[in-house]
Design a protein around this ligand. Structure first.
Ligand code: TXA
Ligand code: MG
Length: 318
């Protein structure tokens, strides 16, 4: 395996060439790290699924370099989706749109929609630019974890999740430092009259309403499948309990103002909700590395990203 740190433009260009030739590349984004392949290369995308151990009918997000490439992948884009793209891209938001012919069944899981995102990370934006120059149209990338496990938020975590399943002769991982947001993008269904949040993230319901003047409650009967919305997901090896009680030797994660219960192992003390999101997944990983069997997390109150944190914690705890 080949991990690149502080990549030069020529290293980024050669990573783009690797993608064009069908390799997998672990990529940094502001949310979590992705496991990327050329979104038009069916064999390469199939390798993502086998490396992740992910069921075939789950769609993957296509990452593009700017909103001006939306038209390649999507049709009938509503005005409110363009407003969202203009306001929040590059950024932690994925738009679900009606697919164009470019978005094949192996990307969409056979659905008539495609998920698209412009990530906010300098290295990955440069990679996308080089990839587009070489004739590529988009990079498919789910989070770079094994199916159901915790998403990686740094290159080391990518290596420990999927390193052993990658092909050292062609695949690589780009080290872009710690992901700054730390939880996956907000997924917004833009195929209806109103935007519908399918997965909460850093782009909040207030932000979406503020930009578009529109919002709809999530529809539980929606036929759209979102794998992150499976009841159990984002789980470390340790058992997660929310709110206590706290047994001796348990790991403990809570905002800084909450005292550490006697006998527990403090794994993180974030000062803000943003920091809570940023460090959560690495704190869960650290517990596994230390062989801790149970982690008690005190879910933070509030709106905005606190909703995304509680969503991931509830699934991790199932
Ligand atoms: O922040 C993120 O979104 C990260 C980074 C790498 O961009 N990616 C990510 O990918 O979280 P993944 O595959 O782990 O989660 C993407 C979610 C999945 O639950 C998938 O089902 C959903 O997006 N999705 C993708 N395309 C979709 C579509 N056409 N319709 C409905 N859901 C879709
Ligand atoms: Mg994922």
């Amino acid at each position: 395996m080949f991990a690149i740190t502080n990549p030069s433009l020529s290293a980024i260009n050669s990573a783009a060439k690797s993608l064009i030739h069908g390799a997998l590349v672990g990529i940094p984004t502001e949310t979590v790290y992705g496991l990327a392949a050329d979104a038009e290369n069916e064999a390469a995308v199939a390798r993502i699924y086998s490396v992740k151990g992910r069921p075939q009918d789950h769609p993957v997000i296509v990452h593009i370099g700017s909103m001006y490439q939306l038209n390649k992948w999507a049709i009938n884009i509503p005005d409110y989706a363009l407003k969202l793209a203009r306001e929040y891209w590059p950024g932690p938001m994925t738009l679900i749109l009606e697919r164009s012919e470019l978005a094949k069944d192996f990307i969409t899981g056979g659905q008539e929609t495609v998920g698209l995102r412009v990530p906010a990370h300098v290295i990955t934006l440069a990679l996308l630019e080089e990839f587009h120059k070489l004739g590529g149209n988009g990079i498919a990338a789910p989070s770079a974890n094994r199916f159901g496990a915790v998403s990686p938020t740094n290159a080391e975590a990518v290596l420990s999740e999927v390193g052993e399943f990658l092909d050292a002769s062609q695949d690589l991982i780009i080290d872009g430092g710690q992901s700054l947001v730390g939880v996956e993008s907000t997924i917004i269904d833009c195929t209806e009259e109103f935007p519908i949040i399918l997965r909460p993230g850093a782009i909040s319901i207030e932000m979406i309403f503020g930009t578009t003047g529109l919002i709809s409650k999530p529809n539980k009967d929606s036929k759209i499948r979102v794998s992150g919305s499976l009841e159990q997901h984002y789980s470390p090896k340790a058992k997660i309990s929310l709110g206590g009680p706290v047994a001796r030797g348990s790991g403990f994660i809570a905002l800084i103002e909450i005292d550490t219960p006697v006998g527990s192992v403090r794994l993180a003390s974030p000062q803000t909700l943003e920091e809570f999101a940023r460090i959560l997944y690495s704190a869960l990983r650290e517990a596994d590395v230390r062989g801790i069997q149970e982690i008690v997390v005190m879910p933070p109150d509030g709106d905005g990203i606190a909703i995304a944190i509680r969503d991931r914690l509830a699934r991790a705890a199932r």
